[in-house]
Design a protein around this ligand. Structure first.
Ligand SMILES: C[S@@+](CC[C@H](N)C(=O)[O-])C[C@H]1O[C@@H](n2cnc3c(N)ncnc32)[C@H](O)[C@@H]1O
Length: 228
């Protein structure tokens, strides 16, 4: 199993419906300030995107892309009647014309890409962004971040969103899950701030770290990239 087939499978990363809802609500809340009114936005590796109707409503056009075919099918059904949202496969995004996007989001995906795959994605994003566009690269994991740090962040979020008991059992379940197996065999890709800004600069971005990360985990980083 690779990471894409993991995300395409029936997994239990989100411990219950309340967690899933709170997760995507938080991401939409945090992304909205970056969304240009009346712009064209791409969320690459968007996952279930449960609260993204608000992003589509502000932007006017939101393209949701995910490599997992089952995730795309569910997105297509969820947003079938939403005329601000379209669902695309990665190869359709690759075929898009240059300088057609105002905002590209890639949140909590970089860790599942090998460094050379990541380079290919940011070169694509650089081509697709308008000269005054913005890349929001969220949830980049610095080296030395342990699963315990992630567990503590989840428990704090769960306490706030009132799913603490389910999160505690969910974390125990995770220890014996495909996620833990893949994390120890395939690993996750980590970048420190200097490494990720250097990579972004090499791809043609002026990049800086945002004051806060998108989502519930403050030990991870969000980078903002503007075409240089
Ligand atoms: C941790 S989930 C993040 C989902 C969402 N962005 C969020 O923050 O909740 C990672 C997502 O990235 C997708 N993904 C992984 N590798 C990808 C790739 N090479 N191209 C596009 N999507 C990818 C997975 O299918 C999965 O839906």
């Amino acid at each position: 199993m690779d990471w894409i087939s993991f995300w395409d499978s029936k997994h239990a990363v989100y411990v219950n419906a309340r967690h899933l809802d709170a997760h995507y609500r938080r991401i939409a809340d945090d992304l909205l300030p970056y969304v240009p009114a009346g712009g064209t936005v791409l969320d690459y590796g968007c996952g279930d995107a449960l609260s993204h109707a608000r992003i589509g409503a502000k932007a006017g056009r939101l393209i949701l892309c995910d490599a997992a075919p089952g995730v795309r099918t569910a997105l297509g059904e969820r947003f079938a009647t939403n005329n601000t949202i379209e669902v695309s496969a990665p190869e359709e995004v690759e075929a898009m014309p240059a300088t057609s996007l105002d905002l590209i989001v890639m949140h909590s995906v970089a860790q599942y890409l090998a460094p050379e795959q990541f380079d290919t994605k940011i070169a694509l994003f650089r081509r697709l962004l308008k000269p005054n566009g913005l890349l929001v690269l969220g949830d980049v994991i610095p080296p030395g971040t342990s699963p315990i740090t992630d567990a503590m962040a989840l428990l704090r979020f769960a306490a706030h969103e009132q799913f603490l008991v389910a999160a505690t059992f969910g974390l125990i379940r995770t220890l014996f899950s495909n996620y833990a197996r893949l994390r120890s065999t395939l690993g996750l890709t980590h970048y420190d701030e200097r490494a990720i800004t250097t990579k972004l600069a090499a791809a043609g971005f002026f990049a800086k770290r945002a004051a806060t990360n998108i989502g519930h985990n403050p030990s991870r980083m969000t980078l903002l990239g503007r075409p240089a």
